[in-house]
Design a protein around this ligand. Structure first.
Ligand SMILES: Cc1cc2nc3c(=O)[nH]c(=O)nc-3n(C[C@H](O)[C@H](O)[C@H](O)COP(=O)(O)O)c2cc1C
Length: 180
């Protein structure tokens, strides 16, 4: 995938509190819509983005376990809020608080997915990135993709269990500014 070929530069890109990053995908996670804010932050043109898998902006610092949670949740018909760091085509990165939902037609058939993202608080990013760094380090200890995912999945749930939280509750605690 393209995203894995881009070397992160460590340059952080931010966006306005009044801006919303919006994308839509088909049921396989292929981009069908991207708003101008997404294109600007991701350093992509519309032609480069539409038709590509959403993983085009996947950052190597994102744990596999979080994406498993995302897809498990969406496939069960539920919505998810998540802290995500994305990789732009020029190597910059940007953190978001994402809200991802399945979209259904009038016959309750899945037509795709929708995501809107807001600028997160720096303190929330600090806590989420510390958790993600531990999960990614655990994943890198395993050579197989499956083993890496199983290990970080177990670690993520272990850490959340210690906090007495689901991932959703973790996100909301961070979002309300009370997490350490
Ligand atoms: C509506 C929607 C929005 C998504 N947004 C992102 C995103 O902003 N960043 C990202 O890396 N993955 C996002 N994903 C998840 C990707 O589809 C993919 O699972 C993830 O990038 C991991 O890719 P990989 O499984 O190839 O490693 C989104 C998926 C959907 C359905």
């Amino acid at each position: 995938m393209r995203a894995t070929q881009i070397a992160p530069t460590g340059v952080e890109r931010t966006f306005g509190e009044d801006e919303i990053i919006v994308t839509k995908t088909d049921p396989r996670g292929v981009l069908t819509y991207a708003n101008p804010v997404f294109l600007r932050l991701s350093a992509l043109t519309e032609d480069e983005a539409i038709g590509q898998p959403h993983s085009i902006i996947r950052h190597p610092d994102m744990p596999r376990a979080v994406f498993k949670l995302l897809w498990d949740t969406l496939k069960s018909g539920q919505e998810l809020f998540a802290y995500v760091v994305n990789l732009a085509a020029d190597g910059a990165h940007y953190w978001v608080l994402a809200h991802v939902t399945p979209s259904f037609d009038q016959h309750d058939r899945l037509v795709g997915y929708h995501s809107s993202r807001r600028k997160p608080e720096p303190a929330a990013v600090a806590t989420a990135s510390a958790l993600y760094a531990k999960l990614v380090a655990e994943e890198r200890r395993h050579s197989g993709t499956r083993e890496a995912l199983d290990a970080s999945w177990a670690m993520m749930h272990g850490m959340l269990d210690e906090r007495g939280q689901t991932y959703d509750q973790f996100v909301w605690e961070l979002t309300n500014g009370s997490a350490a």
